[in-house]
Unconditional design. Structure first.
Length: 481
């Protein structure tokens, strides 16, 4: 592929236009001969400083911001653009061409992973070759790769999309994080429908304000979703009215779900064992289906996933029938086992609204005490720590504050900030010991919720990742004599 084929929005010197390009990267350390290097502006180090290194490694050209300073004496052409991040995404989409025919994306503070996975399962139930992409990794009919970022960088993303298309995947459901949207990682993806779940306090270490955080989410509707493609809104989620207003103002068709939903209306919810019986109205028809999941927010996630499938052409009756076969996502209100008549549950909740929702979901099943084990991560938003402590204290009968991923902060200092909001809580720094202590006090009707790490299989202490799984530790404790 020629350089001029990849940079239609930029001025290319005539002698550089025919240069053969084989790849693109924003990391000079990964440059191989034939690559184009994108110099991304950074808060710590500007990418322009690494153009010489990229050239030495074989880059055929570099692209930098209009006002970026570049080293003198470069022998490769330097192209200028007002938006290097967008250039990276658009060039990656051209070089690593190909993606599933139908791609849907979901954004929001909570529920993205479940919605993406539920949508994949619904597409599969409708006979499609379906995949999901997000926090838990890539799941497709032939491939399962765990451990991806919520929204991968553009090069990794487009390589993955192309690989899925070659595999025969026709339908993909993917998460769209605020970081990924703000950093233009999804630019270049053709999106057939997009959804918004809710908005709460999260990533305040990255976004200056909640308003900035919300604005980043709304790029999905305003910039990435084509004007004729539908936006799905969970009307039962926080900031639903604001998101709906943005979508309508942007001229996108709007589909809504929830207790006041127009596309799928939730008429009634009844508990039935560890399942929930839903009465739903869609397309003028009312039906009842047993959703084999616990928690009100899992109902919301299932309805958003259903609307994404309906919005992309699936038959409503078939979509709603598929809800009865949904499997929960690992680490999301995952029932691990029972002991002494009590129940052990793991959930990924690591932000205030998510912790509140997880505790609310577990409360109906706690005929005895609701016991919560959780902590907060280091090098992240400190403001949420006492807030989460207060939520745990208000919604649980017993709270054990422990370590999450301390990272480079002092673990005891993090726990102190959580405990400031958790009156009466017990402090046990060792997470495994905290989980075992919670199980040891379980009695009939008690529910132990271990929150914060969910599906993760490591604990980050300093800059080291130590093997650790809430699932495994809880399962072992439940099975201990």
């Amino acid at each position: 592929m020629r350089l001029s084929d990849l940079t239609t929005q930029m001025s290319v010197p005539p002698d550089a236009a025919p240069l053969a390009v084989t790849g693109v990267t924003a990391d000079s350390r990964t440059v191989t001969p034939g690559d184009v290097f994108i110099a991304i502006p950074g808060t710590k180090a500007d990418g322009g400083r690494y153009i010489a290194d990229a050239a030495a490694r074989g880059a055929v050209a570099a692209i930098a911001a209009v006002d970026a300073a570049v080293p003198p004496g470069l022998t490769i052409p330097i192209l200028r653009t007002p938006d290097p991040r967008n250039a990276l995404a658009s060039i990656a989409a051209r070089i690593y061409a190909g993606q599933p025919a139908t791609v849907v994306a979901v954004t929001g503070t909570s529920g993205k992973t479940s919605v993406a996975e539920f949508t994949r399962q619904i597409f599969a139930a409708c006979g499609r070759q379906a995949a999901s992409l997000g926090t838990i990794g890539v799941v497709s009919p032939k491939t399962t790769i765990y451990g991806s970022l919520t929204t991968p960088d553009p090069v990794s993303l487009h390589k993955t999309l192309a690989a899925l298309a070659r595999e025969g995947v026709t339908h993909l459901a993917m998460e769209a994080s605020s970081h990924g949207l703000d950093q233009h990682r999804l630019d270049g993806v053709t999106i057939a429908a997009a959804a918004f779940t809710n908005l709460g306090r999260d990533h305040m270490d990255y976004h200056p304000t909640v308003e900035d955080y919300f604005a980043a989410k709304m790029r999905l509707f305003e910039n990435l979703l084509p004007p004729d493609r539908p936006a799905i809104i969970n009307r039962d989620g926080a900031y639903a009215a604001e998101a709906e207003a943005v979508a309508r103002r942007s001229g996108r068709p709007v589909l809504t779900v929830g207790c006041t939903g127009d596309t799928i209306k939730l008429e009634k919810v009844e508990a039935t064992g560890f399942a929930q019986r839903l009465t739903l109205t869609a397309g003028g028809h009312t039906t009842t289906v047993d959703l084999p999941l616990v928690g009100a927010y899992q109902v919301e996630n299932a309805l958003v996933a259903s609307a994404l499938a309906i919005a992309t052409g699936e038959e409503p009756a078939r979509v709603l029938a598929a809800l009865a076969m949904l499997n929960g996502v690992k680490g999301r209100l995952e029932i691990i086992g029972e002991r002494n008549g009590g129940l052990g549950v793991v959930d990924y909740a690591h932000k205030p609204e998510a912790l509140a929702a997880a505790l609310d979901a577990c409360r109906p099943f706690a005929t005895g005490r609701l016991i919560c084990v959780f902590g907060c991560g280091g090098d992240r938003d400190r403001g949420k720590r006492p807030i989460m402590g207060r939520i745990a204290a208000e919604k649980s009968d017993v709270v054990i504050v422990t370590d999450d991923n301390p990272r480079t902060e002092t673990a005891a200092a993090i726990r102190a900030e959580v405990l400031a909001g958790a009156a009466g809580a017990t402090e046990i720094g060792d997470r495994a010991e905290a989980i075992r202590s919670a199980v040891a006090m379980m009695g009939a009707g008690d529910v132990v919720l271990v929150a914060g790490k969910g599906h993760e299989t490591g604990q980050i202490v300093g800059e080291t990742v130590l093997p650790f799984s809430d699932h495994d530790v809880l399962a072992e404790a439940l099975g201990a004599p």
